[in-house]
Design a protein around this ligand. Structure first.
Ligand SMILES: *[C@@H]1O[C@H](CO)[C@@H](O)[C@H](O)[C@H]1NC(C)=O
Ligand SMILES: *[C@@H]1O[C@H](CO)[C@@H](O)[C@H](O)[C@H]1NC(C)=O
Ligand SMILES: *[C@@H]1O[C@H](CO)[C@@H](O)[C@H](O)[C@H]1NC(C)=O
Ligand SMILES: *[C@@H]1O[C@H](CO)[C@@H](O)[C@H](O)[C@H]1NC(C)=O
Ligand SMILES: *[C@@H]1O[C@H](CO)[C@@H](O)[C@H](O)[C@H]1NC(C)=O
Ligand SMILES: *[C@@H]1O[C@H](CO)[C@@H](O)[C@H](O)[C@H]1NC(C)=O
Length: 634
C-alpha cells in the first residue's frame, strides 16, 4: 500500500452493478500484442448475462441408496519453485565499470554508524557530526533485535503444501469464455513491497533520516507505528526472496531507500557504500533465485530535508537516481521513479495542498527519464506509479455526479497524467478552481515532460462513488474557504440504493470487481498508454490481526479479491482491448502500513513477537500463484 492516510474523504471504496452511461467511452483499438483465443470462443461476442436467461439444460432427480464409503479429498500438492538462477541474456544498461564515467566528479563516500555523541565534534558539512545532527530529533523506544544479514535457508517442504482446493462453481454464461483467455508468456506478475514498510534498521549502516521516520518516534510513540523494526527485511531479505522463489513468483517489486544511498539526501552530498552494497545484493539474490527485480526509486520515503516542494527536489532526485541506475541498470528491466506522488503533496497536519510540489515532481521524474534514456542509454522501461481508486458517478443519470467523478479523476490523475502521457496542460477543471496555485506549464516544459513514461502504472485497489457537494461544484470551486475545496467532490462507498459497494476491508480497499474493467478502461482510453501495469492491488480484511494465526492464514476474502480482480482483468484485455502488461500483488507480507501494523495487506503473516519475524504463507498466495499458472501461456 502506498501512502499515509491523510484525509479520509479522498480514500474510499468499492461498488455494485455497473450503471449504464458512464461518462467516458471506448473507442476501438487495434488488438494489443500477445492476445490469442480459441476460434470456438470469440471474446468479442461473449454473451451478456440477462436476468431472464432460460435454463440451458435439464436434469432428472433420482433418489437411490448406495453402499457408503468415504472419499479422501486431500491430495498433497507442493508449490513449484522457479528455475534458478536467472541468467540475463541482455544487459539493460552498461555495467557500472563503464557507466561510472557518467557520474558527477568529486563524489565522496561515507560509511557512518550513528553515534549520537558525535554531534559536538566539528568535522565539516558532511562529517560524522553533521550525520549525527541529522538524527538529533528522531529516536525510538524500540531497537532492532539483530544487525547481521541472515543467509537463506531452504523453505521447509511442509510450508509449500497447497491449502485445500478452492471450490470453483461452474462459470456463469458471462464467464464462460474466460477459460480460453490467456495472458502472454511475458506477463509481469508477482508481488510488491516498499523499503520503509519492511526494512527496519532505519538508523543502521549509515542510513540518513527520511520524512516518514518521525512516525512513532519519541516522545510521540503513541501516535503511529514506527518503522525502526518493521519486518527486519534489511537483514532477512535473502530469506524473503527465497520464499517467493520457492512459491514460483517470477517478479518482485521493491523500492530503494534514498537515504541509505544518499544519507543527507541532497545533490552533491556523500554516497553511503553500505547502502549501495545492500541493494546490489538484493538484486543479485533475486537473480540467483530466478526472480526478476522491479525497482522503485522512491516509495514515499523522501529524505527529511527534501520534500517534493523543495526547489532542490528535481536535482536531488536525479543525483540519487544516477547512483542507483549506474550501479544496477544492467540488471533491472523495469523502473518506477516515484510511488503515488499524485496523492503525496498535502500537508499532513492541515491537509492543505502544497501546489509547488506538482511541477517539481513532473520535472524530477522527467529528468530521470531523459537521463536514463539519453545519457545512460538504458534499454529497460521507466514509469511513474499513480494512486487511483476510480471515481464512478453515484447516480449516473445525474450529470453533476458524472462531472464530480471526472473532476475527481482530473485532480488525482490528470494533474500528472496529462503532461506525462498526453503532453497537455493541467486539466481545466483543476486550473479554474480557486486556491489551486499552479502555473500553466510552458510549451517547452510540456515538450520535456511529454512521453516520459514507457507504460502506465498505477495502484487501482478499488473503485468508489463520487457526487457533487450540497452547494454544487461551481460554488465550491469558486470559494477557497469551502470545506470541500479544491476537489469539490464527495466520495462514498455506499451505493445510491444504500448497499455498500463491496465486502468491507479495514480501510478503503473494498472488494468491488464489478468496476475493475472501468478502472483499467478509464486510464487506457483517456491516457492511451502503450500498456498498463497494475503495480499494486490487494486487500486488508476487516481486523484480520485480531484473528488466531491459523485463521489469518486461511484468508479466503483475500483470495476472492485477487481471483475476481484478475478474472475481470482478463475480460478487460479480451473484451475491452486494454493492453494490461502485468499485475503485482500488494503485499508480499504484512508490513508497516505507515500508520499501523494492524492494516494487513500481506500474502504472508509475520510473527512480531517471537524475535525471529517468522513469515508464514497465507492461503491467498498459493491461490494467487495458481491463477497465473492457469492463465499465463505456457
Ligand atoms: C555517548 O555518551 C553517553 C554519556 O556520556 C555514554 O554513556 C555513551 O556510551 C556514549 N555513546 C557512544 C556511542 O559513544
Ligand atoms: C513504545 O511505545 C509504545 C506506545 O507507548 C508502546 O506500545 C510500546 O510497547 C513501546 N515499546 C517499547 C519497546 O517500549
Ligand atoms: C504544515 O502545516 C503546519 C501547521 O500550519 C505548518 O507548521 C507546517 O510548516 C506546514 N508544512 C508545510 C510543509 O507546509
Ligand atoms: C507528445 O508526444 C506525442 C508522441 O511523441 C506527440 O505525438 C505529441 O505531439 C506530443 N505533444 C506535445 C505537446 O509535445
Ligand atoms: C503560489 O505559489 C507561488 C510559488 O509558486 C508563491 O510565491 C505564492 O505565494 C503562492 N500563492 C498563494 C496564494 O499561495
Ligand atoms: C509467534 O511465535 C511464537 C513462538 O513460536 C508463538 O508462541 C506465537 O503464537 C506466534 N504469534 C504469532 C502472532 O504468530
Amino acid at each position: 500500500m502506498a501512502q499515509l492516510i491523510v484525509l479520509s474523504a479522498i480514500y474510499f471504496s468499492a461498488a455494485l452493478a455497473s450503471p449504464p452511461g458512464y461518462g467516458w467511452s471506448h473507442s476501438s483499438h487495434t488488438w494489443p500484442q500477445g492476445g490469442q483465443w480459441n476460434s470456438h470462443c470469440s471474446p468479442v461476442s461473449a454473451p451478456e448475462p440477462t436476468a431472464t436467461s432460460p435454463a440451458t439444460c435439464s436434469a432428472t432427480r433420482t433418489a437411490s441408496y448406495r453402499p457408503w464409503s468415504y472419499t479422501v479429498e486431500t491430495t498433497l500438492r507442493y508449490a513449484t519453485a522457479l528455475p534458478s538462477p536467472l541468467t540475463l541474456t541482455t544487459a539493460y544498461a552498461p555495467p557500472y565499470s563503464q557507466a561510472s564515467t557518467l557520474l558527477p566528479t568529486g563524489l565522496t563516500t561515507t560509511s557512518y554508524s550513528l553515534n549520537r555523541n558525535a554531534t559536538t565534534s566539528n568535522d565539516g558539512q558532511y562529517g560524522q557530526s553533521a550525520y549525527a545532527a541529522l538524527w538529533a530529533a528522531i529516536s525510538y523506544n524500540t531497537s532492532v533485535p539483530f544487525t547481521t544479514t541472515a543467509s537463506a535457508t531452504p523453505v521447509a517442504s511442509n510450508e509449500l503444501v497447497y491449502p485445500p482446493a478452492l471450490y470453483t462453481p461452474c462459470p456463469s454464461s458471462a464467464d464462460a469464455c474466460i477459460s480460453c483467455y490467456k495472458l502472454p508468456k511475458d506477463f509481469v506478475w508477482g508481488v510488491a513491497g516498499s523499503a520503509f514498510q519492511i526494512e527496519g534498521g532505519l538508523q543502521e549502516d549509515g542510513r540518513g533520516p527520511g520524512a516518514l521516520d518521525v512516525n512513532g518516534a519519541l516522545p510521540n510513540t503513541d501516535d503511529l507505528a514506527n518503522g525502526e523494526v518493521a519486518n527486519m527485511n534489511y537483514y532477512l531479505y535473502k530469506q524473503d526472496i527465497a520464499r517467493l522463489a520457492a512459491l514460483g513468483l517470477p517478479y518482485y517489486s521493491f523500492s530503494i531507500s534514498w537515504t541509505r544511498i544518499v544519507p543527507f539526501g541532497t545533490a552533491g552530498s556523500p554516497i553511503n557504500k553500505a547502502g549501495l552494497d545492500h541493494y546490489d545484493d538484493v538484486i543479485n539474490t533475486c537473480l540467483q533465485y530466478g526472480i526478476k527485480p522491479i525497482v522503485t526509486l522512491v516509495h514515499v520515503d523522501l529524505p527529511f530535508a527534501i520534500p517534493y516542494q523543495n526547489p532542490e527536489f528535481p536535482d536531488a532526485l536525479l543525483y540519487y537516481a544516477k547512483q542507483v541506475m549506474t550501479h544496477y541498470g544492467d540488471r533491472v528491466e523495469y523502473w518506477a521513479t516515484l510511488n503515488e506522488p499524485n496523492i503525496g503533496y498535502q500537508n499532513y497536519t492541515t491537509g492543505a495542498y502544497i501546489w509547488d510540489a506538482v511541477p517539481n515532481v513532473l520535472n524530477g521524474h522527467a529528468q530521470v527519464y531523459h537521463w536514463y534514456k539519453e545519457v545512460l542509454k538504458g534499454t529497460g522501461q521507466i514509469t511513474i506509479k499513480f494512486a487511483n481508486n476510480l471515481a464512478v458517478p453515484l447516480d449516473s443519470t445525474n450529470p453533476d455526479d458524472t462531472r464530480a467523478a471526472l473532476r475527481y479523476q482530473d485532480f488525482i490523475l490528470g494533474i500528472m497524467g496529462n503532461p506525462i502521457f498526453l503532453g497537455t496542460q493541467y486539466p481545466s477543471e483543476v486550473m479554474s478552481t480557486a486556491g489551486v496555485n499552479l502555473t500553466a506549464l510552458t510549451a517547452s516544459e510540456l515538450a520535456y515532460i511529454n512521453g516520459t513514461s514507457d507504460f502506465w502504472s498505477f495502484d487501482p485497489y478499488t473503485a468508489g462513488f463520487a457526487t457533487s457537494p450540497p452547494n454544487g461544484i461551481d460554488a465550491c470551486a469558486a470559494n477557497i474557504r469551502d470545506p470541500n475545496n479544491p476537489y469539490c467532490v464527495i466520495n462514498t462507498n455506499v451505493q445510491k440504493d444504500g448497499w455498500l459497494n463491496g465486502q468491507a476491508s479495514f480501510a478503503y480497499a473494498y472488494i468491488a470487481p464489478q468496476y475493475v474493467r472501468q478502472q483499467l478502461g478509464y486510464v487506457w482510453d483517456v491516457y492511451k498508454p502503450k500498456g498498463v501495469l497494475i503495480a499494486e492491488f490487494g486487500f486488508n480484511p476487516y481486523m484480520e490481526f485480531t484473528k488466531t494465526v491459523e485463521a489469518q492464514l486461511y484468508d479466503l476474502e483475500r483470495t476472492y479479491y485477487y481471483q475476481a480482480f484478475l478474472r475481470e482483468t482478463l475480460k478487460s484485455i479480451y473484451e475491452d482491448g486494454v493492453n494490461v502488461i502485468g499485475a503485482l500483488g500488494w503485499s508480499f507480507a504484512d508490513n508497516d502500513e505507515f500508520t499501523s501494523y494492524d492494516q494487513q495487506y500481506g500474502l504472508q503473516h509475520v510473527n512480531r513477537t517471537n524475535g525471529l519475524f517468522t513469515r508464514s504463507f497465507k492461503r491467498s498466495i498459493f491461490d494467487f500463484v495458481d491463477f497465473f499458472h492457469e492463465f499465463v501461456e505456457k
